[in-house]
Design a protein around this ligand. Sequence first.
Ligand code: MSP
Length: 613
Amino acid sequence: MFSHAPRSCLVMRSPCCILTRTKTIVLRLSRHALHRRLPHVYSIHCQDLRCFCTDHSQSSKPYYITTPIFYVNASPHIGHVYSAVTADCLHRFKLLQGYNSRFATGTDEHGLKIQQAASNAGKDPLNFCTEVSDSFKHVFQRCGILYTDYIRTTEKRHRQAVEHFWTVLHSKGFIYKGTYEGWYSTPDESFLTPTQVTDKTDSEGRQIKVSTESGHKVEWMKEDNYMFRLSDFRTKLLDWLRLNPNIIQPVNFHHLVLQWLEDDIPDLSVSRQKSRLQWGISVPGDPEQIIYVWLDALVNYLTVVGYPQNYSQWWTAVHHVVGKDILKFHAIYWPAFLLAAGLPLPKTIFVHSHWTVEGKKMSKSLGNVINPLDAMEKFTVDGLRYFLLRQGVPDSDCDYYDDKVIKMCNSELADTLGGLLNRCTAPSLNPTQVYPQFCNSCFPKEPSEGLCGKAVSEDYRMVEAVSALPVLVEQHFENLHIYKALEAISTCVRMTNAFVQRHAPWKLDRNNPGHQQWLDTILHVSLECLRMYGILLQPMVPDLADRILSRLGVMPEERSWDSLNFLMKCEGRDCGLEGRALGPDLGVLFNRLERSQGKGRTPKMATQHKSKS
Ligand code: MSP
């Protein structure tokens, strides 16, 4: 993700980040280790960091992230929300790092399956699309999806973009009139080769053909329509992916696409006869043909940024989030269309796997579709977001069930993180309610320094781990391993809890000056850890992170990537927060969730949980 970032952009980050990008050898070193091994490099940086941090040259660097646009034949479910939350999290992460990030989502409203769904509902197609599109918007707003653009493929601006795109492909000779004969899956709106189809007996005992990948029924079709010269692009696509091994993340999907490209790829039918499909965009100059819905849908990414007018600034910074089921369309068809049109290719295609529910594929007929609004009602927005991102392993399918959400949120958000915040800001330990003072002689920079140091080796290990977190989190984001970023944060939260437990500040006597200094130092270190966790958690659980940072008294302008300057006092530098009043909200960070009593019953919110302090 950063391979194309200009060097000048990199100097804004925390010390570890800068050094890790300029010297591979330092990649795995934390700030403490850096300081020990490369004191000259580190001290040069420390002196200059402040002026670098105020240089916002990077703020104009564009980043453009998209979700797939969602079919409006069914209501939003947890799988759709997962795609959207993943993209939202990447968008917020880039904003955190100072990028000028743009984030598009929307709905895919043309095609046979939408035409059939509207007709089954007895509704006019556009009204039908508007209703469902609004329900997606509603769910996304409720879920904190901070999109900057919402696109519907039935909009005029989109029709114009698609018509233009088609005309370019046609005028360059990549579209020709031909005949398609083969299998078609309407639920997937996809053409399939004989090897992608298999036999099955349906519920009424009939022999049918289904797509091997999706399991959806396929039909044989023979039609005169327009074909795209997809086969011309096989070698170019292979070269592109081989030369850019980081394009498709996580990397197992990159290998999968390379494998697909080992075989010949046939030309692609890119239109349907109007007699079969009316709900779509007509082929320019041939009103008897409707443009294939996937070609129509993919162009949405260009429409959003103003294609065919001034789109290039954003287009060169485009990154797509897609589910594994639509990888072929994004990693083969889309780049081939773009190459044909002479446009730059996406920078990254982030791929995620699917959610099953209690071990089964989510489906209306099984009645196990998880409604995201219900889930947010039960578990809160942060609870649901945290669960999806923490449990969602993009490389493989994940299983959803309510008890798992409850257990994870209670253990990691309510008990460990909430408990830590509650403990370290409790008026019983911190009666003046200010950010406590750090005492260098209690916690010297090096374990061996100072005679009255009270910090032990585990404390230094914790400091090292927390210092290294930003680099680690950033690396995990680059591979779409957000769950690993959360795991790393969670491990550090546990280390900080152990630190507090080890030194039991509640046993120290505030009236004894020696004790008091050490007590404040323990609290200072703990709040510094919490400040780091709060800043880093903003993209994943924005409201919860805001509550942490507000309780610590951290101002909005002190919550960016540049502010990940951990435990400056230990380095002999100033900490702007020391002595500042803590935020007034003494409420619990995350209420413990209770298991539902019976199937279908909403779990009650538990009474407020307070950890012992
Ligand atoms: N309309 C196309 C995308 C066109 S993009 C140019 C489409 N729509 S969809 O509504 O079927 O899917 C949208 C996204 O939701 C996809 O990324 C898909 O993988 C995701 N999910 C749908 N079901 C899912 C799960 N059960 N689990 C996780 N994500 C899933 O495809």
